[in-house]
Design a protein around this ligand. Structure first.
Ligand SMILES: Nc1nc2c(ncn2[C@@H]2O[C@H](COP(=O)(O)OP(=O)(O)OP(=O)(O)O)[C@@H](O)[C@H]2O)c(=O)[nH]1
Length: 384
């Protein structure tokens, strides 16, 4: 009997505990798990402190010491035939001048209006009024005398006249060969933004491609970046660059560059100058001083004027100032790839009486070509 009472008590206790656990579990269920429960909007929910994720700190790795990798020396493209290779870059001029003119020339009959159109195309391409007059007069005369009619023959005649207007007999070689054990000195002048520094770098590549050794002088001390730019160009072709402090004396840098070129026994010293001077007297003083100081080592063999082809007739005015200030021996016409007015080459040569020696046809390092009148005119007129 005693045992029976104990068993009943134990059973009742077990039942009570089971019931209590079941109730507790029901109240502990999360609201969303309860059927029909609606999630309270975030604003109404009590803010809970977010536990930041555990951060694992990687073991400290020692950085390897920086190794200075010298830039690889590049082999510039050969200069021969560059103009032909770059002819596609004259696309804008080809469309404006070549296609337009050839369309007129292929008409059955060339009347006065057609000749007027030819004249307008040439003037529109910056050939210049005087040169255009002469070219058209000669063409008209030849077609009248020879009775030529086919478009191909007319194209050949036009090309002949354009080439003649470019004076193909002019000496366009660069004076870059050393004399009496001294390097040849080339001064590069022009207004800022014309592409002077870039062209200096490209000329260095032209010279290296033609087998010369070169030292570059960063005498454009006005703009610190110009010297950095030149240093990059130089390092790519293994040419040393002599530079001075920003705002320093350009003549001193030019002098040091020639001295360095002489000591190193290089063929050519190429000197980039600043063209930022606002007035002719200042410009004359600075360039005059650079030249005088450099000439303590020996004569300057070449002074190249860098002209931006896209500035058209305005550029010609600036050019004239430089020709008055220094003895310019050659012109480099840059950015011919960016203009439909390729005829500017003719105008520049006629106005200045100085040969165009090189033309810039793009921003690529080898987009600078020795100027050849025949190849240029053929590229301008296209193959039609
Ligand atoms: N499309 C094109 N751009 C060119 C050519 N030549 C130079 N440039 C660009 O013209 C810009 C000016 O060139 P820079 O060499 O800095 O001109 P800069 O005359 O030295 O100027 P400063 O140092 O300020 O006196 C650059 O963006 C060149 O890449 C060219 O033939 N074609």
């Amino acid at each position: 009997m005693e045992y029976l009472v104990i068993a009943v008590v134990v059973l009742l206790l077990a039942l009570g505990t089971a019931l209590l656990v079941a109730r507790r579990r029901r109240t502990a269920l999360p609201p969303s798990e309860q059927p029909g429960a609606v999630e309270a909007p975030a604003a109404e929910r009590p803010a809970t402190a977010e536990v930041p994720p555990a951060v694992t700190v990687p073991p400290a790795v020692e950085a390897p010491p920086a190794i200075e990798v010298p830039p690889a020396i590049e082999v510039p493209e050969p200069t021969a035939g560059r103009l032909v290779r770059l002819r596609a870059k004259l696309a804008r001029s080809q469309n404006a001048l070549g296609r337009g003119l050839l369309a007129v020339l292929s008409r059955d009959h060339l009347d006065d209006d057609s000749w007027d159109e030819i004249e307008e195309s040439l003037i529109g391409a910056d050939v210049g009024v005087e040169a255009t007059g002469q070219i058209v007069t000669k063409l008209r005369e030849r077609t009248r005398i020879q009775g030529t009619r086919t478009a191909t023959e007319l194209r050949t005649m036009l090309a002949d006249e354009l080439i003649a207007a470019l004076d193909p007999g002019m000496d366009r070689s660069l004076a870059a060969t050393p004399k009496d054990g001294k390097p040849a000195v080339i001064l590069v002048v022009g207004v800022n933004g014309a592409g002077k520094t870039t062209t200096c770098g490209k000329i260095a590549r032209v010279l290296v491609a033609d087998g010369h050794t070169v030292v570059l002088g960063a005498a454009d001390t006005f703009r610190a970046a110009a010297a950095d730019q030149l240093a990059t160009w130089g390092s790519r072709v293994g040419a040393s660059v002599v530079r001075g402090p920003e705002g320093g004396d350009p003549a001193a840098v030019a002098f040091d560059a020639v001295r360095r070129g002489t000591e190193d026994g290089v063929d050519t010293v190429l000197i980039d100058t600043a063209g930022r001077l606002q007035n002719k007297i200042g410009l004359m003083d600075e360039l005059g001083k650079v030249k005088r100081v450099v000439e303590k080592h020996g004569p300057v063999g070449e002074t190249l004027l860098i002209l931006d082809a896209t500035t058209g007739q305005n550029g010609l005015e600036q050019a004239r100032v430089f020709t008055e200030v220094c003895d310019v021996t050659g012109v480099v016409l840059t950015k011919l790839d960016g203009t439909a007015k390729g005829g500017i080459v003719i105008a520049v040569q006629r106005k200045l009486g100085i040969p165009v020696k090189l033309v810039g046809l793009g921003e690529g390092p080898d987009d600078l070509a020795p100027f050849e009148p025949e190849a240029f005119v053929n590229a301008l007129l296209g193959d039609a």
